[in-house]
Design a protein around this ligand. Sequence first.
Ligand code: GYE
Length: 325
Amino acid sequence: MKRFISMLLVSVLCLSLAACGDTSSTKSTKNEKLVLGFAQIGQESGWRDAETADIQWYAARNTDTVELHFADAQQDPENQIKAIRSFIDMGVDVIAFAPVIETGWEEVLTECKNANIPVILVDRGIDSGIDDSLYTTMIASDHVWAGEQAAIVMKDLIGNNGVVVELEGTIGASATIQREKGFDDYIAANCPNIQIAARQSGDFTRDQGRDVMASLLASNDHIDGVFAHNDDMALGAIEAIKEAGLKPGEDIKVVSVDGVKSAFEAVLNGELNCTVECTPLLAQQIFDTAFALKDGQTVDKWIVSDDDIYTTDKVTQDIIDGRTY
Ligand code: GYE
């Protein structure tokens, strides 16, 4: 079984490498397969890797009906724009991408529209000021909801009183802006005795989560709670809290968003108090939607994920064992 899985992984890798290097036109010369161009953000988090694996795994299992062209933008929106332009040149049926940041997309999305190629935004949105006819649909979690849920849990954990710091994701990303809005608005409206003492970006990475938390611990006399905009930064913050001689989950409460397996393990061992789920398993919806769009069907403007909240009372070893990412 292990051997089978590793062979499949190799073929997924080959497929994605072949896809990256392929700039030839496929639509006009090939068959009735769905040709999808996907411009991924990068590999900043375990969550991102899970999303990529899910998409590539789906494509590898469905080579008879699907042709995936996958590009990794290495966290640079300019690389995503280049990838999207190369998908337009290839004449793909549908373009999907996870916008690194919210702004800067008008020009390239206008080019997609002029080429009659539907666009699916995946897991992050674009600035609401942009003409929304420039994309067809968005498949993503409700990040404002996640921020609000994190605030509600934090309020309960610290007894509606204390000092909280916030580890922000990538500056300018919708996931950052909306999680922060959900969290901050809830605290401002409901928790007059909770002070948000600092907000600093850890760019959704574990290393920066650890470094930023270490400096916040050094510059603040007392911290009751940390809200990390993703699990990787929370896991980094947990390391920093331990290095400072404190107990994460007890001395400092830790709440984050994503719900990856390593975060569940930290919830089970008491170091992380809660992770609000944001599912990265979007491949089925992405491809179903792309098939519908190729077929000329109309789809909802926002296909919202169904996510859950995982606190200590909810995470069991069985749940962890059942988590694939
Ligand atoms: O939470 C984070 C990732 O855009 C929803 O990006 C996604 C976020 C996710 O790097 O871990």
